[in-house]
Design a protein around this ligand. Sequence first.
Ligand code: MN9
Length: 291
Amino acid sequence: MVIHEKKRRIPAGVFAALPTAFNANDTIDTVALSHIVKSLLKRGVEGFYVGGSTGECFLLRDDERKEILETVLAVVDGKAPVIAHVGALSTSAAISLAKHATKIGATAISATPPLYFNYDLEEIQGYYTDIAEASGLPIIIYNIPAFSGRKFGVEGLEKLLNISGVAGLKHTSMNLYELERIRKKFPETVIFSGYDEVFVAALSLGADGMIGSTVNLMPELFLDMRSALFSGDITKAQKLQNIANSVIECLSGGSFFPALKYALALSGLPCGECRKPFLPISDIKKNIDCK
Ligand code: MN9
């Protein structure tokens, strides 16, 4: 079941933030990546977010980012929406990725704010406007203050969401008050919950779905969480969230992404190591203490 109101431009649901699979020689493992996508589709995952944080976006070359998107779109073959993350250091790099995503049939694009330089809001608005104009696809703002260093607040988010072409928000923030305010003020904007740890809370405040790294690991749990909440069984929804959060807590004992890849391999979805400077999985395993 895809939950969104018809007037919203992007379909939403329980989406996987796909990891990037690497071969031992550090090239993209398109076979392993295809296997992940196929199995997740079979298990009911309702859409994919490609080349985001979980996909190690800023550790990839642009040609690799394009190759990954091509691989995913070929496997999905129209069976589910695919959102391409095109955020980049420069507007021109983001535009090149956005044009490619548009040409090969992505459903929507998404972008982190531009990083490193302390751009003012006007410059960030310009970045999103330029990407929107170049692509024509609906854009999802990727709000992730813990990684981007940018805290927009409700007012800043409002400015970004008012840009023509912007149709959604991936809210990777524990500040669910902001999510609630945006839901109220932007009834037509698609809102994805970004932190898997607060899916039940985000849904109850009006999120349309989630984009999550741990959806790769436990898709059924998040689908059941949503069904429980929507059927009015709050106790069950809470219990399922508790289970998910205990897994996430355990994976967060060290460096999260290598730990996630380790867990994915154990679950039958091997995808290699994370790229340096992430530590090898062998170092990470020592820090994972799951009961
Ligand atoms: O894309 C992910 N965000 C980040 C979504 O990794 C920054 C989440 O799914 C988290 O990995 C997850 C664990 O904190 O909620």
